[in-house]
Design a protein around this ligand. Structure first.
Ligand code: PLP
Length: 404
């Protein structure tokens, strides 16, 4: 047999959150090392259980979930999603505008594949959740990164966005609350983005998967209800707010002038049909999750585990000499900065690997989030306070003498 190569379609595709450093960590685990994992926003392994009601409903519906369903998803779940957004002011939508996927991830890839021709451009934040950039590249498009400004609470730089729009720009991605920075955008800011999208005929792709994970009174505003005359695709799912990443249950909602997007919608329908449907049993969790008691509030309000851990991690990280961090207002991460005068880091992936090898803690390097300079990294705030203390203590020890 000849060598079996990778498709050239993957040449520019990169997804470092699950990249080489993670592979190395797995090898270390196989050798018997215990690794503290601060790398992935997956609540369940840290002892965050899903609400019982959700588990019970999935189990109850299991016997009747053996067949394929409609490729867009089961009706009660899509109806519950419609009602959820109608309550938030998105009135002109119905069940046909809702697609359920095996997680938001599948739908992100689907929306890019259905849209992009070679060299079409999508505006994506830097830093980003890197699946967005990977999905654009996989679909033959160019990810054009707009800068989020650390000195302005990581808000996107509107001038930079405007500067980067070309005749090839098809859409803009907004991640709010943001992974990795934890920024939560104000209504006024969102209105400015809507104005830009309106003026330049851009689709808004609104990734709002952390919309319920908010700290100290931060309010989340969904952008689609502010943009009735702009075509929007809003993404959300059960992975984070309901702690069931493994269920792979996510959705997207199309809104705005759908009559102008008929061909695109045909493309989305085709791709949804080609994968037949999302896994059916987990879709039964959606109606229950959206309609019922929102137990996430117990975790983010004073005394709640997520809030306490975010506070602890922030406090410890910012006490390390040469490390600074914007306090996250939402989501599950810190994205700290390493002072380049103190640390001469040329390759931050190398730094993450060295940290892993020396201290057995797994983090993700900042360039993995399409942040250009090797001066940031991301940690999750999911581990218990004791583990955060150990992990961040080791980080301080590591950085104290780290030279590349
Ligand atoms: N969007 C963002 C911003 C995320 O952080 C994640 C997961 O970490 C996803 C989408 C993917 O979520 P899902 O589990 O629904 O595929």
């Amino acid at each position: 047999m000849h060598n079996i190569g990778m498709s050239s379609k993957l040449n520019n595709v990169c997804y470092d959150i699950r990249g080489p450093v993670l592979k190395h960590a797995k090898r270390m685990e196989e050798e018997g090392h215990k690794i503290l994992k601060l790398n992935i926003g997956n609540p369940a392994p840290f002892g965050f259980d899903a609400p019982d009601e959700i588990l019970v409903d999935v189990i109850r519906n299991l016997p009747t979930s053996q067949g394929y369903c409609d490729s867009k998803g089961i009706y009660p779940a899509r109806k519950a999603i419609v009602q959820h957004y109608q309550k938030r002011g998105l009135l002109d939508i119905d069940v046909e505008d809702v697609y359920i996927g095996n997680g938001v991830s599948e739908l992100i890839v689907m929306t890019m594949q259905a849209l992009l021709d070679n060299n079409d451009e999508i505006l994506i934040p830097s830093p980003d959740y890197p699946l967005w950039t990977a999905a654009v590249s996989l679909s033959g498009g160019n990810a054009v990164h707009y800068i989020c400004d650390e000195s302005s609470d990581w808000y996107p730089d509107l001038d930079d966005i405007k500067k980067k729009i070309t005749p090839n720009t098809r859409g803009i991605v907004l991640i709010n609350p943001n992974n990795p920075t934890g920024a939560v955008y104000s209504r006024d800011f969102l209105l400015e983005v809507v104005e830009i999208a309106r003026k330049h005929n851009l689709i808004i792709f609104a990734d709002e998967i952390y919309d319920k994970i908010l700290y100290e009174g931060a309010q989340h505003t969904s952008i689609a209800p502010l943009a009735e005359d702009v075509f929007c695709v809003t993404f959300n799912g059960l992975s984070k707010s309901y702690r069931v990443c493994g269920f792979r249950a996510g959705w997207m909602v199309l809104s705005g002038p759908k009559h102008l997007a008929k061909d695109y919608i045909d493309g989305l329908d085709m791709l949804a049909s080609m994968r037949l449907c999302a896994n059916v049993p987990m879709q039964h969790a959606i109606q229950t999750a959206l309609g019922g008691y929102q137990s996430i509030n117990e975790l983010i309000l004073p005394g709640g585990r997520l809030l306490e851990q975010r506070n602890k991690a922030y406090e410890m990280i910012t006490q390390i000499p040469g490390v600074s961090c914007v306090k996250p207002k939402g989501a599950l991460y810190l994205f700290p900065k390493l002072d380049s005068k103190k640390f001469n880091i040329v390759n931050d992936e190398r730094m993450a690997l060295d940290f892993l090898q020396q201290e057995k803690v797994l983090i993700v390097h900042g360039t993995g989030f399409n942040w250009k300079k090797p001066d940031h990294f991301r940690i999750v705030t999911l581990p218990r306070v004791d583990d955060l203390e150990i992990a961040i203590g080791r980080l301080e020890r590591f950085l104290h003498s780290y030279r590349q």
